[in-house]
Write a protein that binds this ligand. Structure first.
Ligand code: URP
Ligand code: ZN
Ligand code: ZN
Length: 463
């Protein structure tokens, strides 16, 4: 017995067409007309777009930061994700100082296992590079199914790695089929600018963006491009936020550097005017990189359209305004960095991309599902609608309209950076590996159904 979605408009990264989808077990069995078997359940899908389940390849759930943890854990975070049409997340597991990769990864499996409403994989953030960790890299990619690592060029004395570690990780990752993701901001310069601001008594959150201007991001992107070229290794720039950084990526791509880049809805939709608020309220927007001047948005949208930017992920990293963000009341550099958004990624990209004429429907699908699946080793199982692929499907009503806000969102956090922003279009029914997990906009499974994804290595022909 199968399930047939009848009469919807299927959208992939290349096509948009009317057909029925027959699901059998966890996968798509057939796409066509009159695909139903006698004992199948038929669900009318007329009037809906059917997208492949979204893939958010940049989340931080249950992340310990100092004495606290992010407001969203894997249960609340992935529940919000699935309501918004994201059926897979790739979260940043972290090896903290003194830990092995094995220990770091085991900690993240413990946090996620049995708690995820989406399927999930892990990148491994390396903060303590040494000989032992280097020897663990083949294990990471071949036996643990983690085929991307992350390095931070910022967060001095906490997560930041130096150029030597960065270069060694690039070389080692290339040989192990691992894609190196990098947070690009020059942490030493951020540290200097922060100290200068503090000495001038400029401690309000409004000064956060002045401590990390676009050139700080661009310098780090440029250094990464040169090191990647020297190491002949593929790299992935996370949360790219501004024109300067994007142009640096474009130049590197043009000269053959194997670079891929991600941006996030906050950089496409929000702008730095929020920091003009002289009150502590703008701590809600303390994230790194910070929000940028509005003129950057047109460049980022164009970068998505032309392929300079490859994916859109949220960098969901939520902290409550009360009790967490406000630990930095006297000093913006003590405000935990990050903001929520996993629930609204498809909605924001659809509303301000597709509806606004900046992205086609197929480009929308490519950025939010297909390209992340390809880059992170889960395609064609995920990221497309095709026979044999997982039946991760989103039935999207383009006519639904609502206003985003903390009172109604599913994130477990007391504010939304998108408060009051309109969303056009909404995921109404969502399937995860053939099982309906959202019905009429409501989660309809009693327990989390997500499974760990053992990911394929980054292909050598791209490395
Ligand atoms: O401010 C941010 N982006 N926080 C999350 C951690 C990171 O840098 O990705
Ligand atoms: Zn980062
Ligand atoms: Zn992040």
């Amino acid at each position: 017995m199968g399930i047939v979605l009848r009469g919807g408009t299927i959208v992939t990264d290349t096509d948009c067409y009317h057909a029925d989808i027959r699901i059998q077990g966890e996968v798509i069995a057939t796409i066509g007309s009159q695909v139903a078997h006698e004992d199948d359940t038929v669900l009318p899908a007329e009037g809906y777009y059917i997208f492949p389940g979204g893939i958010d390849a940049h989340t931080h759930f249950d992340l310990p930061v100092g004495t606290m943890s992010t407001a969203d854990d894997f249960a609340s975070g992935t529940r919000a994700a699935i309501l918004g049409g994201t059926t897979t997340v790739i979260d940043y597991a972290t090896q903290f100082k003194g830990e092995t990769l094995k220990q770091g990864l085991a900690n993240w499996h413990q946090r996620a296992s049995g708690n995820c409403y989406t399927d999930y994989g892990f990148h491994m953030a390396i903060t303590d590079w040494n000989e032992h960790v280097s020897r663990e890299m083949p294990w990471l990619s071949q036996e643990a199914g983690v085929t991307s690592v992350k390095l931070y060029m910022a967060y001095k004395n906490i997560m930041q790695v130096d150029d030597s570690a960065l270069f060694q990780v690039l070389e080692r990752s290339r040989n192990c089929g691992i894609l190196t993701c990098v947070h690009c901001e020059n942490g030493d310069i951020v540290d200097n600018l922060t100290r200068q601001l503090r000495q001038q008594g400029k401690t309000a959150p409004a000064y956060h963006p002045l401590s990390r201007p676009p050139r700080v991001e661009q310098e780090a992107v440029n250094r990464l491009m040169v090191l990647a070229e020297l190491a002949d290794a593929p790299v992935f720039v996370v949360h790219l936020s501004c024109r300067e950084a994007m142009e640096t990526v474009a130049q590197a791509k043009a000269r053959g550097v194997k670079v891929f880049a991600e941006t996030c809805p906050q950089y496409l939709v929000l702008e730095d005017s929020v920091y003009q608020d002289p009150t502590f309220s703008c701590a809600k927007y303390v994230m790194s990189p910070p929000l940028r001047a509005k003129e950057n948005q047109a460049y980022l949208w164009n970068g998505l359209k032309t392929g300079i930017l490859d994916t859109v992920a949220t960098d969901h990293c939520s902290f409550n305004f009360r009790g967490q963000k406000d630990l930095g009341r006297e000093d913006f550099s003590k405000i935990p960095n990050g903001a929520p958004g996993v629930e609204h990624r498809l909605g924001l990209l659809y509303t301000y991309g597709v509806q606004a004429g900046k992205l086609s429907l197929t480009q929308f699908v490519d950025k939010m599902a297909t390209k992340p699946a390809k880059l992170f080793g889960i395609y064609p199982q995920k990221g497309t609608i095709a026979p044999g692929s997982h039946a991760d499907l989103v039935l999207w009503d383009e006519n639904r309209r609502f206003t985003i806000g903390a009172a109604s969102h599913a994130h477990n956090v007391d504010y939304s950076p998108y408060e009051g922003i309109e969303q056009q279009g909404q995921s109404i029914h969502v399937f995860l590996r053939g099982r309906q997990v959202v019905r009429n906009g409501v989660v309809c499974v009693e327990s989390p159904q997500g499974q760990y994804l053992f990911r394929k290595q980054f292909p050598q022909d791209k490395a």
